[in-house]
Design a binder for this molecule. Structure first.
Ligand code: NAD
Ligand code: TYD
Length: 366
């Protein structure tokens, strides 16, 4: 049975984060959703209500509500589901950064494993057997482990997570699927490749390097820079999640990828090249006569660094007619322009100063 989205309420966990905030904006602006969205977020370092200021102002309290809450807090989650008569949950909330999970895995186990379990329990209790509802769990391709030079991950690839982050996500995926098989809760799961785009917290490769370059700081490339990621523009991911929510079948998993494999070093060179065209280094006093590419610095590799990820997304293409609408060149240019035009958002985010912490404690020059 399909979820009843017309006029219903969707609870988005982690809606103040990178993909969650883009998804909420997508639902109202692109998908024309007319019901209510409740953004349920704990506001960790990665959560920023400023990312949805425009949506809150434009759509008002009748359509958009923010609830500060922890996904591990079963009682609060259940109260929120009841209060807003929620008929769909899109569960983005997670600790999401691999490097952080290496430095401190505890929060990853708490939020990603325990938090997903609590949300599933709250949904099971509140919906108690209803079928016209949906719990959509957002996951990552990293659960499948590391590929060699060839091949790609499909929905049936065995799980082989290697970082505390991917292990915690793998665990949450299994629990989500178990709730479908055991309790009949209408659960769907999507496993997506690396996203990039606006509102991305600058600890991840693309936003960190854009900002470092503009400030004339080193551009740290782990190892030899030959690790491969499959990049997807965030709006394309949001479109995929929306389609799964509307038309995807309960109990199913959908892999979502950009069909855009790139070596990290090539991504970094692309960033430098595009920056030279929109904000030339010669006119940027922070560069002191250097080019952006002069800042590229190879640093010690990430422990257990997965070599290559690549997604086979033929199932969602075939069954739901989804495909990415953005190519990497255009998506990266829009992303760079977005960071140049949004200094106020960056000022808030920079307060966390996490990248500085990471430089001191984790990254080491070769
Ligand atoms: P993010 O780190 O930018 O945002 C996470 C959000 O979750 C933040 O708003 C944070 O405040 C919130 N949050 C964290 N712990 C919470 C808790 N205990 N209770 C309530 N809220 C909490 O993450 P993202 O990049 O937007 O990723 C969103 C989801 O997508 C995650 O589940 C992640 O595993 C998955 N994913 C991300 C990518 C990617 O490239 N970023 C790729 C595939 C899958
Ligand atoms: P990241 O954005 O952290 O995403 P993930 O680890 O989930 O794939 O990293 C993307 C790739 O870039 C990954 O192979 C690690 C590498 N990387 C660097 O080389 N330098 C950096 O400063 C960061 C943050 C990542």
């Amino acid at each position: 049975m399909k979820v009843n989205l017309s006029g219903g309420s969707i609870l988005v966990t982690g809606g103040a984060g990178f993909i969650g905030s883009n998804f909420i904006r997508y639902a109202f602006e692109r998908a024309g959703f007319k019901g209510r969205i409740i953004n349920y977020d704990k506001l960790t370092y990665a959560g920023n209500p400023a990312s949805l200021k425009d949506v809150a102002a434009k759509y008002g309290k009748r359509a958009y509500s923010f609830v500060k809450g922890d996904v591990c807090d079963y009682s609060k989650a259940l109260r929120t589901l009841k209060k807003y008569r929620v008929s769909a949950i899109v569960h983005f909330a997670a600790e999401s950064h691999v490097d952080r999970s290496i430095c401190g895995p505890k929060d990853f186990i708490e939020t990603n494993v325990h938090g997903t379990f609590s949300m599933l329990e709250a949904a099971r209790n509140f919906w108690s057997g209803r079928k016209d509802v949906r719990f959509h769990h957002i996951s990552t391709d990293e659960v499948y482990g590391s590929l060699g030079r060839t091949g790609s991950f499909s929905e049936t690839t065995p799980y082989d997570p290697r970082s505390p982050y991917s292990a915690s996500k793998a665990s949450s995926d299994h629990i989500a699927r178990a709730y479908f098989h055991t309790y009949g809760l209408p659960v769907s799961v999507s496993n997506c490749s690396n996203n990039y785009g606006p509102y991305h917290y600058p600890e991840k490769l693309i936003p960190l390097l854009i900002l470092n370059a503009l400030e004339g700081k080193d551009l740290p490339v782990y190892g030899d820079g030959k690790n491969v990621r499959d990049w997807l523009y965030v709006e394309d991911h949001c479109a995929a999640v929306w389609e799964i929510l509307r038309e995807g079948r309960p109990g199913e998993t959908y892999n979502v990828g950009g069909n855009c494999e790139k070596k990290n070093i090539d991504v970094v060179k692309d960033i430098c090249r595009l920056l030279e065209s929109v904000r030339p280094s010669a006119a940027n006093p922070a560069l002191k006569g250097r080019k952006y590419s002069d800042l590229i610095t190879f640093v010690k590799d990430r422990p257990g660094h997965d070599l290559r990820y690549a997604i086979n997304s033929s199932k969602i293409r075939r069954e739901l007619g989804w495909k990415p609408a953005h190519n990497f060149e255009d998506g990266l240019r829009s992303t760079i322009n977005w960071y140049l035009r949004n200094p106020a958002w960056l000022a808030v985010v920079r307060k966390a100063a996490y990248a500085v912490w990471l430089d001191k404690n984790y990254r080491r020059r070769k």
